[in-house]
Design a protein around this ligand. Structure first.
Ligand code: SF4
Length: 261
């Protein structure tokens, strides 16, 4: 069976984490509480905040066992949408930890469900959680992240802070920069100072935007991709330098950039 039919993919090269094996607890169709204009999955097919079991734990574990002998440095929950929508996220993570106890478990989340105590509890097993923050106001949230009904910047920020207060692992913030949020550095710096993450990871959409969803787009896009894409407006290297320097000066935090690493 091709990797396309698996809930485990890669390892993919991550500029932040090295060789990363991807775990996809969403899988069937792209499903997320955001529909980001830069999403590497393309236009999200189901925009929802509903938590449920999207793919059985047994399938993920069966798929994972085929990768036990492959080399990778971290295991990352990501894939076809927002991992914290999966009600069995913790159950999957617990079984993966038994099979590969020495490999760090990471989770990329868009932060929209972090206000829920059960999501906070589910994520405790992760060694590192990377939360998304692109916008400093609701207008930009609507422009960039196009969230499900009921999701506001206020609920996202409150959720990140509540999670940070109880989480024992490392918490990073990842930020996507495009021309639309370039003018928000000062306000974003204030939010970062309030959150106090371990690391801030600056990104810009260097991966192309698929016109339609294709499961292959979970991993690294290659030049030989089988689906149609369009390139997005990115920030220049000079702008990225300014963003990094400004946020570092304002916050004194550890700021990494996709253009530097
Ligand atoms: S949060 Fe992630 S998966 Fe969801 S739409 Fe945005 S980039 Fe895509």
């Amino acid at each position: 069976m091709s990797e396309n039919q698996k809930t485990v993919y890669g390892p993919v090269h991550s500029w932040r984490f090295g060789s990363s094996l991807g775990l996809d607890p969403i899988f069937e169709i792209s499903t997320c509480s955001f529909n980001c204009i830069y999403c590497q999955l393309g236009n999200i097919q189901k925009i929802t905040t509903e938590r449920k079991i999207y793919v059985p734990t047994e399938k993920v574990i069966t798929d994972f066992k085929e990768f036990l002998d492959k080399p990778f440095e971290v295991i990352t929950f990501s894939g076809s949408g927002e991992p914290t929508l999966a009600l069995n996220l913790k159950e999957i993570a617990e079984q993966i930890k038994i099979l590969k106890p020495q490999i760090p478990l990471l989770c990329l989340t868009n932060s929209t469900l972090l206000h829920l105590p059960e999501v906070q509890e589910n994520l405790q097993i992760m060694d590192r959680v990377i939360v998304k923050l692109d916008a400093s106001n609701n207008k930009t949230l609507q422009q960039m992240n196009r969230p499900a009904d009921g999701v506001s910047l206020e609920s996202i920020i409150a959720g990140i802070k509540a999670f940070k207060a109880v989480y024992k692992g490392k918490l990073d913030v990842q930020m996507m920069f495009m021309p639309v949020n370039l003018n928000q550095l000062e306000d974003l710096a204030i939010l970062l100072k309030e959150i106090q993450p371990d690391t801030v990871q600056l990104n810009t959409p260097l991966r192309p935007y698929p016109i339609e969803w294709n499961r292959d787009s979970r991993g690294n896009h290659t030049e030989n991709r089988s689906y149609t894409t369009r390139t997005l407006k990115v920030v220049t290297k000079e702008e990225a330098e300014t963003i990094q320097n400004t946020l570092r000066e304002r916050t004194n935090l550890n700021i990494l950039s996709v253009y530097r690493e």
